[in-house]
Design a protein around this ligand. Structure first.
Ligand code: ADP
Length: 500
């Protein structure tokens, strides 16, 4: 029933579910897998074999009991419901990023109404189908299926001990079936997690029980409602599918929103750390230069180079503060734009010329544009800010040097700008994320390149507000080409390429 994650220093957080996640994590390396599998086998093998034996025995006694059409249809309906519920688990944040599934409700209900002979195959087939559809490892499929089958046997046997069909007896049967299913499930999950992590199984069990008692109570109550309604009219019980499905959908959406919020919160913390670092570095340089200028009698050459440090580092600080302010204005909707016809090639030329004196010697920047220069409908200042950011990024992320090309060309009723570098590039999976706020590929600055992760977000927002779009094509280790388009302000044709 309950899918639990565990966090520890030695085991990085798994995205979901304890046993299943744990077994998945163990396949990270084949050598580790074989060692891990050997360690788990004494537990996995009896559970898997016990589960298979239980399913075979249940199917046999179901077949020899000559079930009527109603029972067969009910078994099929509960199997379908359990498989769907298992396929769409409900995340539970309080359970250390674990989840639970309403499949338990259907298995307990089947156990109470139709006994272990129906509940066992329903539980085992639902679990096996979902695990196989998710392409889990065989060891994991067999263990989880075995756990569910044995838990269903326990639920059916416990329910059978309470005879009678009045409300109190149905409630008692549901309660004991729920407890039996839960006890077997959670014990076997804790056992395998404990064995895998080296933590005593009892400690794991105690933790899991304390985290999952509330969900257990909810499951038993829902199962009771389903048992009673199904007992009176199976058709009426089908009406419960709507509310149950909406609870699952709502809960999953809420959880997604919660995860997003937590991610934004984490990014904000990271951002504060990055900005503090980014502020501290130029401030230290300015401070050091100022102290030296104040204290010592200096050669004019040294004096000038210190003043240059003050100038460059102050400019860097100003750019950083501008970025933070722009992002905050965009966020609050306070960023206004003055869109007018802008000479795109003039803006590009200004950007290239302003950056050339600051270029490291191994880097070259060229401007290639069509003639006559196209005009775009844009806010000149914002367009400049976008281009400056892309060219500065091209410089920053080309530590080995190389050629940077700023290109301008008409593209239908748009003008396309591209900034191409021969720098470090980026993996394809990351390319769609780099325009998100605070997103940096190297937040720990392992490559020593600083930044806030705001530049491309600001670019994208500005361009979208000017009716444009931005994208990137990049290959790790080869370089990146950032391109954006803005609407043409006039119909000036351009064809020939000029290089400046
Ligand atoms: P930052 O201030 O970190 O540079 P940006 O929003 O400008 O923030 O860029 C986000 C991330 O995209 C960067 O941290 C970097 O990992 C990646 N990136 C941006 N431009 C380039 C480029 N030209 N080459 C490789 N990676 C880049």
């Amino acid at each position: 029933m309950t899918q639990i994650d565990s966090h520890s220093a030695t085991n990085p957080p798994l995205r979901r579910i304890g046993l299943r996640g744990r077994l998945a994590a163990t396949v990270a390396g084949r050598r580790r897998l074989s060692g891990e599998t050997r360690r788990l086998l004494p537990l996995v093998a009896p559970v898997a074999l016990g589960g298979i034996a239980a399913v075979v025995a249940a199917l046999w006694s179901f077949a020899v009991s000559s079930p009527d059409g109603h029972t067969i249809a009910a078994a099929a309906a509960f199997l379908l419901a359990a498989a769907i519920a298992e396929g769409f688990p409900v995340p539970l944040d309080s359970v250390a990023v674990g989840g639970t599934s309403l499949a338990t409700v259907f298995i307990i209900t089947t156990a109470v109404l139709y006994g272990w002979t129906v509940a066992t195959p329903v539980a085992a087939f639902a679990m096996a189908a979902v695990e196989l559809a998710r392409r889990r490892e065989l060891i994991r499929v067999t263990y989880n299926t075995g756990v569910y089958a044995l838990a269903a046997v326990a639920a059916g046997t416990a329910a059978a001990a309470v005879h009678g069909s009045n409300l109190g007896q149905l409630a008692a049967a549901t309660l004991v079936a729920g407890l039996a299913f839960y006890a077997v499930n959670i014990t076997l999950v804790a056992a395998v997690v404990g064995r895998s992590s080296g933590e005593p199984s009892r400690t794991v069990l105690r933790r899991y029980v304390s985290q999952t008692l509330v969900p257990l109570g909810v499951m038993v109550c829902v199962a009771l409602v389903l048992v009673v309604v199904w007992d009176r009219s199976p058709l009426a019980a089908v009406a419960l599918a709507g509310p149950l499905a909406s609870i699952v959908i709502y809960e999953r959406r809420m959880y997604e929103a919660f995860v997003r919020l937590r991610e934004v919160d984490r990014m904000k913390d990271e951002f504060i750390a990055i900005v503090s670092h980014e502020l501290r570095t130029p401030l230290a340089s300015v401070y050091g230069a100022a102290i030296t200028l104040q204290r010592d009698v200096l050669e004019p050459k040294t004096r000038n180079s210190l003043l240059e440090v003050v100038y460059n580092e102050s400019a860097r600080l100003a750019r950083l503060v501008d970025q933070v302010l722009s992002a905050s204005r965009l966020e609050s909707g306070g960023s206004s734009l003055a869109v007018e016809p802008v000479d795109a090639s003039r803006v590009a030329r200004e950007v290239v010329e302003s950056i050339r004196p600051r270029l490291p010697s191994a880097l070259h920047v060229d401007l290639v544009h069509a003639a006559p220069p196209p005009f775009v409908a844009a806010d000149a200042e914002k367009l400049k800010q976008v281009l400056v950011n892309l060219v500065e990024n091209a410089v920053k992320y080309s530590p080995e040097g190389g050629r940077i090309q700023v290109r301008l060309a008409p593209a239908g009723d748009q003008v396309r700008f591209s900034v191409q570098d021969e720098g470090i590039g980026m993996p394809s999976g990351e390319q769609e994320h780099i325009f998100e706020k605070f997103h940096r590929l190297d937040p720990n600055l392992t490559r020593g390149v600083g930044g806030t992760g705001l530049g491309l977000y600001i670019c994208r927002e500005f361009l979208q507000r000017m009716g444009g779009r931005i994208w990137v094509e990049s290959e790790l280790g080869t370089g990146s080409t950032f391109s954006f388009e803005l609407p043409r302000a006039d119909s000036a044709p351009g064809a020939d390429a000029n290089t400046e």
